[in-house]
Design a protein around this ligand. Sequence first.
Ligand SMILES: Cc1ncc(C[n+]2csc(CCOP(=O)(O)OP(=O)(O)O)c2C)c(N)n1
Length: 403
Amino acid sequence: MTSSTHPASTGSSATPSTATVQMLTPDGERLDLDEGRRAELEQAVGAEALAHAAALTADDLLGMYRDMALARRVDTEATALQRQGELGLWASLLGQEAAQVGSARAAAPQDRLFPTYREHAVALVRGVDPAHVLSLFRGVDRGGWDAEATGVSPYTLVIGSQTLHATGYAMGVQRDGAVGTGDPARDTAVLAYFGDGASSQGDVHEAFVFAATYQAPVVFVCQNNQWAISVPAERQARVPIARRAAGFGFPGVRVDGNDVVACYAVVRAAADRARAGEGPTLVEAFTYRMGAHTTSDDPGRYRPSVEVEQWRDRDPLARLEAHLRRHHGVGDDAFAEVAREGDALAARLRRDVLGMREPGHGEMFEHAYAAPHAHVEADRRWYEEYVAGLEHGGAAADGEERA
Ligand SMILES: Cc1ncc(C[n+]2csc(CCOP(=O)(O)OP(=O)(O)O)c2C)c(N)n1
C-alpha cells in the first residue's frame, strides 16, 4: 500500500504529505502479496523490491523478528545499566528496530555500513558484539570493533559527518573496480545512516552532491524518527526528506520505517542498484523515537504524550509477531525461545560490562596510526608525564610546557 497521508503526521500543515511505502500493516497483513495492491506498490518501489519482499521465507521473517527482539533487549539492559551508573550515557533505539534490521539485512556481506550513534540493531545484525557497543558508552573504549570483519564503521557523534565518509568510501570502491562488474560477491554498496536532524547539515548535502555527480554506490538511509532532540522534523524540512533526492538527481523513497518487510525490500533494491553502478538512492524510513534522545534527555518537556501513544500502536515487533502467528503458524514456543535468548544475552552483557577494565593512560594513542609515529609518541610521553604528575599531587606537570 502507499498511503497518501502520514501514518501519524505530527501536525504541521506546512508539510506536504508524500506516499509512504508499506508492505506489512500494523495488523500483520502482507500488502505486497495482495493481488489488488501489487500494481500500486510496484509503481512506488519497482518490481525488484516487490520480488525481494515476496522471496522472504517464514525463517527469514522469524530471523528478522529475532534480530529486532534481541536489539530491543540489549536496549532495555543498556538503559538499566546507565540508570545504575554503569554507562555514562545511552542512546536508545526503541521503536527504530525495523528500519535498522530491515536495512542491515538488505546489505551483502561485502557492503560497508556507516552508522551514527543509535544503530545498535545494525551492529547486532552484522555481528558486532553488543558488549563492544556498550564499552563505548561506558567510556572505556572508543568503539573499536573490527570494521573490516563486520563491515560496520565506528559510530559517529558529529552529526552527518559519516555521510561524507561513506560517500568517499563508495567512490573508493568504485575506483577499485568493485561496482558494476556483475559479480555478486564483488560488487559493493555502501549504506550511510543518519537522522532527520542530520539532514539539515551541510555535510549531508555535500555527500548528496558528490554521490550524485560520481554515481557513487551509496544508499542514504535516513531514519526520520521525527525529533532532532527537541526539534521536530517538520520545523527543519518543508518537504518530506525523501523528496529532496530529486533535487540532487537521484531517487528518493519514503518507506514505513516500522515495517521491516518494506524497509528490507526497498533498501535491498537500492543496494542492488548501487552495486550495479546505477548510483545513489535516498531511503527515508519514516519511524518514531519512542524513548528519550539519550538518557540525558527528558522528552516530556517538549513532546506530547498522545503522539507517543499513537506510535505505540505501530510497534514494529508487534506487527511482525502478528503476521508470523496468523500466516506462518509460529506459536508461543518460538517467541518464548527468542525471549529466553534475549535474557541470556542481556545477562551476559551485564557481566561483561561490570567486568570491563579501565583503559591504561596511554591506550588512546595505540590506534592513531597503523605504524609507529614520532608525533604520536611525543604526545604519549607528554600525556603520561602529565598524568603521573596529577597522581603525585598535580604539581609536577602543571607548569610544564608541552613537548
Ligand atoms: C555537528 C553536530 N552538531 C550538533 C550536535 C549535537 N547533537 C547531537 S544529537 C543531535 C540531534 C540529531 O538528530 P537526528 O539527526 O534526527 O538523529 P536522532 O538523534 O534523532 O537519531 C544534535 C543536534 C552534534 N553532535 N554534532
